[in-house]
Write a protein that binds this ligand. Structure first.
Ligand code: 3PG
Length: 404
């Protein structure tokens, strides 16, 4: 993959695909993690005197202009973080975009309106991609978290211009690739979350790659039920008992040790003050539900973390949004973070609720790497090629890459 550092960008119009699909509340950015991760590339380009044109999507407006899904609210916090003005164009193609691009001077930053206001974006329409490409001379993808989408701004346009991987995307790729493709072993995966159904491919792929896989969260209940436990009124997927057995068999076949909770915390309702108790797997009453892993499970998981050299983590291990049912997630996350601080473990985490779970445990900053990607991180864990990355791999390498 051609790296941004090898691009000759001075005075050039550089289209940069970023992921500004950020959480918003009352029309304001409520979490600017993704804005921050785009800064190194923007600053690098600014220093080199490039004319920076930011391309991004927001929400799912389904190809129609929708003022409530405008990228305009991103301008102010981005400009503040950058310490420089950010211009805005009300459309990502056509006259408005062309005019705004034409006015750019070296080092200026322009944010274009939501690419998904055009149906051509998600359809990866060739004409739409050509209109985007016409605005720039060089393309940089810095949006790992949108790389699982084969859209015009992530895939189509990369075929039409010299295309490079931005600094955040490179960092993300280096970490995730190292963790799963070339890890120091033993390699442990911790997978949690509510449903097996959303993670079948992921589990099937992981059992072929990791030495140990711990399954937690409500999805573990489906596995426990598949092994014959009576899970009371716990959340589980009766239709997926067969799938859970297939995953157990696949793990055995590839020599992956599959770990499940040995004991659990149960309550009659999901309420912070609900009476709760620790139960063995054969002690769950009809009207009780599993809401967290129990202390013996947390100890066993800590042992697995202690003996692992690399950890990949996706998904919470219990109903972590509600204390005290966050105990399993928090303790395991803190233990992993401690091992990273002691330089005994490389720990990579990502996907959906994972970042909020680690933030909640106060240790996201201690992990070796926390991906800002949701769906893209899951597809990567599934072993699927990501179209936004694949297209960069297909690009002819720069002279410098060829020399190295
Ligand atoms: C994300 O937030 O995970 C990415 O920006 C992709 O968004 P999407 O799921 O709407 O394609």
């Amino acid at each position: 993959i051609a790296r941004l550092e090898d691009a000759q960008v001075s005075g050039k119009r550089v289209l940069v695909r970023v992921d500004f699909n950020v959480p918003m509340a009352d029309g304001k950015v409520s979490d600017d993690t993704r804005l921050q991760s785009a800064l190194p590339t923007i600053e690098w380009l600014k220093d080199k005197g490039a004319r920076i044109i930011l391309l991004a999507h927001f929400g799912r407006p389904k190809g129609k202009v929708d003022a409530s899904q405008s990228l305009k609210p991103v301008m102010a916090p981005l400009s503040e973080r950058l310490g420089a003005p950010v211009r805005f164009a009300g459309d990502c193609i056509g006259k408005q975009a062309e005019k705004a691009v034409g006015e750019l001077k070296d080092g200026d930053v322009l944010l274009l309106e939501n690419t998904r206001f055009h149906a051509g974006e998600e359809a990866n329409d060739a004409e739409f991609a050509a209109q985007l490409a016409a605005l720039g001379e060089i393309y940089v993808n810095d949006a790992f978290s949108a790389a699982h989408r084969a859209h015009a701004s992530t895939e189509g346009v990369a075929r039409l211009l010299p295309a490079y991987a931005g600094l955040a995307l490179q960092r993300e790729l280096d970490h995730v690739t190292a963790a799963l493709e070339n890890p120091e072993r033993p390699l442990l995966a911790i997978v949690g979350g509510a449903k097996v159904s959303t993670k079948i491919d992921l589990l099937m792929n992981l059992v072929t790659k990791v030495n140990r896989l711990f399954v937690g969260g409500a999805m573990a209940n489906t596995f426990l039920a598949a092994k014959g436990a009576d899970v009371g009124k716990s959340l589980y997927e009766p239709d997926l008992l067969g799938t859970a057995r297939e995953i157990i068999a696949a793990a055995e076949k590839s020599g992956c040790q599959l770990l499940l909770p040995e004991d659990v915390v149960v309550a009659r309702e999901l309420k912070a003050k609900a009476a709760r108790r620790v139960a063995g797997l054969d002690e769950i009453a009809r009207d009780e539900m599993i809401l967290d892993c129990g202390p013996a499970t947390i100890d066993a998981l800590a042992d697995s973390i202690e003996s692992a050299k690399t950890l990949v983590w996706n998904g919470p291990l219990g109903a972590f949004e509600m204390a005290p049912f966050d105990t399993g997630t928090v303790e395991a996350a803190r233990f992993a973070a401690q091992r990273v601080r002691e330089r005994k473990l490389v720990a990579v985490a990502g996907g959906g609720d994972t970042v909020s779970a680690l933030n909640h445990a106060g240790v996201a900053g201690d992990f070796t790497f926390v991906s800002t990607a949701g769906g893209a991180f899951l597809e990567w864990l599934e072993g699927k090629p990501l179209p936004g990355i694949e297209v960069l791999r297909q690009m002819p390498q720069t002279d410098m890459d060829a020399a190295s």
